[in-house]
Design a protein around this ligand. Structure first.
Ligand code: CP
Length: 290
């Protein structure tokens, strides 16, 4: 059963196999791995990209999708997380896609027989976001080894940062973080943002995750934008071949200015485009895996 909860439990060979399959889908490969199957899509936290690109991936594999809405579900009558997910197994789903605010929510799902693929868990892991980030970097540079990336902003609350830092270091990338002190995390290399802008191959911006802050941000949005926001002047200071990434949703005028979102160096929408191919590879793996 090919669950996908995180990348840290996958070998580099397994990660490269998913990326290679995703690239085959990007190049036009087709698969009917989902034909006659139904996948449950259970997002207990809001999502635009992850949920809908998983749905698109399932459709492209020939599967149908049931989209669960916890707000109008029997969870409102006290049904537990496990019992809710178990319903989808019993009604005949071949796999489920789950996003939840609890870190490592899958520990509560032991005993399920159908595969679970993650759309993100709390501040812990976002494996398919990381895979689509890796696919985008590989398409751009053709390699990972030796590339320098700086992940900028709310690192401490970011499942994207946590997943990417672990796997990118394993792949031989030089990974730095930058941003306000309140969002820094011990154990990660820190670099001044304006130095990073000049030296990195990849600048990856993060959204401030207000929904995970226990109190109001110390720094104002205006101050944040001045110190850590990507603007046209900073883009001009980047290396000629360097690229801008962001998992999105992004806040225009805070971590990235309006005129940089779709500038020549931005790969933000390319990342979203690649999300479908990566999720096709992950769902296919879940459906046909041992
Ligand atoms: N990047 C990402 O996870 O976006 P959504 O929250 O819209 O799924």
């Amino acid at each position: 059963m090919k669950n996908l909860f995180n990348l840290s439990s996958l070998s580099l060979d397994e990660i490269n196999a998913i990326l290679n399959r995703a690239q085959e889908f990007a190049d036009g490969a087709v698969s009917d791995a989902g034909k006659g199957k139904v996948i449950g899509s259970l997002f207990f936290e809001p999502s635009t990209r992850t949920q809908n690109s998983y749905t698109m991936a399932c459709y492209k594999l020939g599967a149908n999708v049931i989209t669960f809405n916890s707000e109008v579900s029997s969870m409102k009558k006290g049904e537990t997380f496990y019992d809710t997910v178990k319903v989808f197994e019993e009604i005949g789903c071949s796999a489920v896609i789950i996003r939840d605010k609890q870190n490592e929510y899958w520990n509560q799902l032991k005993g399920l027989k159908m595969p679970v693929v993650s759309g993100g868990d709390g501040t812990g892991n976002h494996p398919t976001q990381s895979l689509l980030d890796l696919l985008t970097i590989k398409q751009e540079f053709g390699k990972f080894e030796g590339l320098k990336i700086c992940i900028v902003g709310d690192v401490i609350h970011s499942r994207v940062a946590h997943t990417n830092i672990e796997v990118m270091e394993r792949l031989g990338m030089e990974v730095y973080t930058s941003g306000p002190e309140e969002f820094r995390e011990d154990g990660f290399k820190y670099i001044d943002f304006d130095t990073a802008v000049k030296e990195m191959d990849v600048i990856m911006l993060l959204r401030i995750q207000h929904e995970r802050l226990s109190s109001e941000m110390v720094m104002s949005k205006e101050e944040y934008n001045k110190l850590y926001g990507l603007n046209a002047e900073r883009v001009r200071a980047m290396k000629p071949h360097a690229i801008i990434m962001h998992p999105a949703p992004f806040n225009r005028g805070v971590e990235i200015n309006d005129d940089c979102v779709e500038c020549e160096k931005s790969r933000i929408f390319k990342q979203m485009h690649n999300g479908v191919f990566v999720r096709m590879a992950v769902v296919e793996r879940a459906l046909i895996g041992e």
